[in-house]
Design a protein around this ligand. Structure first.
Ligand SMILES: C[S@@+](CC[C@H](N)C(=O)[O-])C[C@H]1O[C@@H](n2cnc3c(N)ncnc32)[C@H](O)[C@@H]1O
Length: 242
């Protein structure tokens, strides 16, 4: 789905994005000053976040396991004139990086695709220097449930047992279907605190008013605007290695 994702999502190269139509890092200031910091972007996709972070002076490594997404990242890196490393690899096993070699490890919308969240967060904790920051931007558990447009309401069948969604997209030969793992807030926060990190901020980004500008939107999201204005799509949790 890489070509359609890139065509339908309108993701800016000038900000770190946290949710469709919502404000990004320029407004939330979760990361603080990044100039000179070493940043790992996991599941970078076309690496729009990495382009923005590089423009702000960070020393970035971007990782994804999809060759199609990485080829989009290569062309955005070239077009933007930025410099950062692009690495093909699995975010569940970033074993190619040394202990305590990054100041920030972040991903916007990578965490929900990995079965072993706890293992991945523990690996991120290993990679962070003391004082380093993990930023988990992922799907909010309420986004697992069906929106009934006519009634403008969400039917939450069982919050405590969020579903694993099996994608309906056709599966190419030799591939397994895509899965999205929805997790409760307790499970997301627990994955961070169990890795020994201290949670210092939690955001539920809210769609900005029209015209205020958001680093992330696009055709696909436009159809879901009513829902996005009423129910959080994303949760962003920041953890520190103390
Ligand atoms: C929804 S996209 C998000 C991409 C990008 N962060 C963004 O916000 O546009 C999810 C990305 O996760 C990547 N991904 C999923 N599982 C992964 C894994 N285990 N290791 C590395 N990348 C993974 C996919 O290839 C895809 O690029």
């Amino acid at each position: 789905m890489s070509p359609s994702y890139q065509a339908d999502s309108d993701i800016s190269l000038d900000d770190v994005h946290y949710a469709p139509f919502a404000a990004g890092e320029r407004r939330y200031k979760l990361l603080g000053e990044v100039a000179g910091k070493r940043v790992l972007e996991l599941a970078c996709g076309a690496a729009q976040n990495s382009v923005a972070l590089s423009r702000w002076g960070a020393n970035v490594v971007a990782l994804d396991f999809s060759s199609r997404q990485l080829s989009h990242a290569l062309s955005l890196r070239r077009r933007s004139g930025t410099r950062f490393d692009l690495v093909a690899g699995d975010m569940e096993a970033p074993t190619m990086f040394r202990d305590e070699s990054f100041d920030i490890a972040l991903s916007s919308f990578g965490w929900e695709f990995i079965p072993d969240l706890r293992g991945c967060v523990a690996e991120c904790a290993r990679l962070l220097r003391p004082g380093g920051q993990l930023v988990m931007c992922t799907v909010h558990p309420l986004s697992a449930f069906d929106w009934h447009g006519a009634e403008r309401e969400l039917r939450v069948t069982s919050y405590f047992d969020p579903p694993v969604e099996i994608w309906e997209d056709p599966v190419p030969e030799g591939h397994s279907p895509g899965l999205t793992f929805f997790r409760t807030i307790e499970e997301l926060v627990g994955s961070i605190t169990d890795a020994g990190l201290m949670v210092d901020r939690l955001l539920e980004p809210y769609p900005a008013a029209d015209g205020e500008g958001s680093p992330y939107g696009g055709r696909y999201w436009g159809d879901h605007r009513d829902r996005l204005a009423r129910v959080p799509f994303a949760v962003v949790i920041s953890g520190r290695k103390v």
